[in-house]
Design a protein around this ligand. Structure first.
Ligand code: ZN
Length: 279
């Protein structure tokens, strides 16, 4: 009984998490870079995130990523569960663990964050702290610093459409007992994968996928790590030059070509004229 009471007292309210979400100041004005890479980015010498990722340099400042990828979306994954009454076990963002000491129970919170631009770039971050808010901040920071590129393509023999909407080939990842296999799927399939992994895959910019998992997949932390491992295999795998065209492989961010841009501008101008005429 004593234990239960302690749990209730120390479980933070869910509402507190949302309130502390503050608007961040823009990095362009307030940021003074501390690394050479940061200075180059601020001066405008580097404008492409791909060049940094290709060079293998470590990113030590989150502002670099924020400047170069302004449309970055972030999300937290449900790795923990609520404790206490009414059955407990409700899925939560924070995984709570405790250490027994003479003074009482010392709780610690762990969370897993992902960032991605839905266009071939994804990052995973792990954060741990005595309180929920710093844990979340750490997780987001780590996720931003650990971004990497993925390869996309159409490797499904049922499709072969030549658009990078799925994976170019099958990949496998492993963590603990969990093994995740990501399989290319034809257009219109959607994300046939566990929900937390689907969040990751969606932020990475993959639209169609099949999957198969092995092992104790209710250990969400391991499942997500396995998923990350599998996605990292995409860029590590060596490919032959003729496969690039055959499987329509695209690496990292896809920027729309100039032709398409001008076309869309023209059409928008036309539409604007039509609207003016109507008026
Ligand atoms: Zn296809």
């Amino acid at each position: 009984m004593q234990n239960n009471e302690e749990f209730d007292a120390e479980t933070p309210e869910e509402g507190a998490i949302v309130e502390s979400e503050e608007e961040q100041e823009s990095p362009e004005t307030t940021w003074t870079p501390k690394t050479k890479l940061g200075e180059k980015v601020k001066k405008g010498e580097i404008t492409d995130i791909n060049s940094i990722l290709d060079s293998g340099k470590t990113i030590n400042e989150t502002q670099i990523v924020e400047l170069l990828l302004p449309d970055l979306e972030k999300d937290l994954l449900l790795v923990g569960q609520a404790k206490g009454k009414f059955g407990g076990g409700k899925r939560r963002v924070f995984k709570q663990t405790q250490k027994k000491t003479n003074e009482g129970n010392k709780p610690r919170f762990t969370t897993m964050a992902i960032v991605g631009n839905k266009n071939g770039i994804i990052g995973f971050g792990y954060g741990k702290s005595k309180e929920t808010v710093p844990a979340r901040e750490k997780a987001f920071r780590n996720a931003k610093l650990n971004i990497f590129k993925i390869r996309r393509g159409c490797g499904s023999w049922q499709c072969m459409c030549g658009e990078p909407h799925s994976l170019p080939f099958m990949v496998e990842g492993k963590s603990g007992s969990v093994k995740v296999r990501l399989i290319p799927a034809p257009k219109g399939t959607g994300l046939c994968i566990e929900k937390e992994c689907a969040k990751v895959i969606e932020l990475a910019g993959i639209k169609d996928i099949w999957s198969k998992t092995f092992g104790q997949t209710k250990t969400k932390m391991n499942l997500i790590k396995a998923c990350e491992h599998a996605l990292r295999q995409l860029i590590k795998t060596k490919i032959q030059p003729d496969h690039v065209k055959k499987l329509s492989i695209e690496e990292g961010q896809i920027t729309p070509s100039e032709q398409e841009k001008t076309e869309t501008e023209e059409t928008s101008e036309k539409e604007g004229k039509d609207k003016n005429l109507k008026k």
